[in-house]
Design a protein around this ligand. Structure first.
Ligand code: 13P
Length: 266
């Protein structure tokens, strides 16, 4: 059974002075053992968030990592520097693809580095609005997957807890979401691409696929009602404890229902 994951992407919000308190409040409001919780603050807030979450069973993630371990890369942060600060990392977010021109090949190198450094990666994929409107969304996402995953070892990725987040670019921060049916169809297309295009076969079934893009406590249940969707990667709403509490509570209901359907304790 795949885990239910609610991952908070705080983007370029919070400061070292306030991030710890926000993380602690969210942790206290979302205590649900059936849901995997992750908070990804800006780099400069990682230590504060890590300290605030000691013993709380909430993962801490970075929002990016460099593919090299050290060297002349001004302004960058390596996996070895994240050691002790983060155990998860978001890779290939569309805002980095757009603003830092990250390519699929570069994201693939970062993925390999994350896995070899023990960072659990959340690989973001998703199409632009015109790509969806012209019927090319699945093709675009499959190309992103092939570009980032070719050359990465499937067993290492699965063993390293590899997660994919489907985030249609036009749904990020816009208040507009994909329909649950479209998001579920994409999650299935993603696993089909892993199984067939990348030759992962049955291993593709083990990969959690999250939906991201204007997720809130009011709409997350629609997405989680789809069996192919295993949680959310949440931006704006993840900065609000009430919203996080609502989203994790919805995920816990679904986790218990899925466990019961499989005849397993949650
Ligand atoms: P919003 O939830 O603010 O739309 O952001 C989604 C996102 O980009 C998460 O990575």
């Amino acid at each position: 059974m795949r885990p239910l994951i609610i991952a908070a992407n705080w983007k370029m919000n919070t400061t070292p002075a306030d991030a710890g308190e926000l993380a602690a409040t969210i942790a206290a409001r979302t205590e649900e053992p059936t849901v995997t919780r992750v908070i990804c603050p800006p780099y400069v807030c990682l230590a504060a968030v890590r300290d605030a979450l000691v013993g709380k069973n909430v993962g801490v993630g970075a929002q990016n990592v460099h593919h090299e371990l050290a060297g002349a890369y001004t302004g960058e942060v390596s996996a070895s520097q994240l050691n002790g600060l983060a155990t998860w990392v978001i890779l290939g977010h569309s805002e980095r693809r757009r603003d830092q021109f990250e390519s699929d090949a570069l994201i693939g190198k970062k993925l390999a580095r994350a896995i070899s450094s023990g960072l659990r990666p959340i690989l973001c994929v998703g199409e632009l609005l015109d790509e969806r409107e012209s019927g090319r969304a699945v093709e675009v996402v499959a190309t992103q997957l092939r570009g980032a995953l070719a050359g990465n070892d499937v067993d290492a990725l699965i063993g390293g807890g590899f997660v994919i987040a489907y985030e249609p670019v036009w749904a990020i921060g816009t208040g507009r979401t994909a329909s649950a049916a479209d998001a579920a169809a994409m999650a299935e297309a993603i696993r089909a691409a892993l199984a067939a295009d990348l030759g992962w076969g049955k291993a593709a079934d083990a990969v959690p696929v999250l939906y991201g893009g204007s997720v809130t406590s009011a709409n997350i249940a629609e997405f989680l009602a789809e069996h192919s969707i295993d949680g959310g990667l949440v931006g704006g709403a993840s900065l609000k404890p009430d919203e996080m509490a609502g989203m994790v509570a919805s995920a816990a209901v679904v986790a218990k229902a899925r466990a019961a359907a499989e005849g397993k304790p949650a």
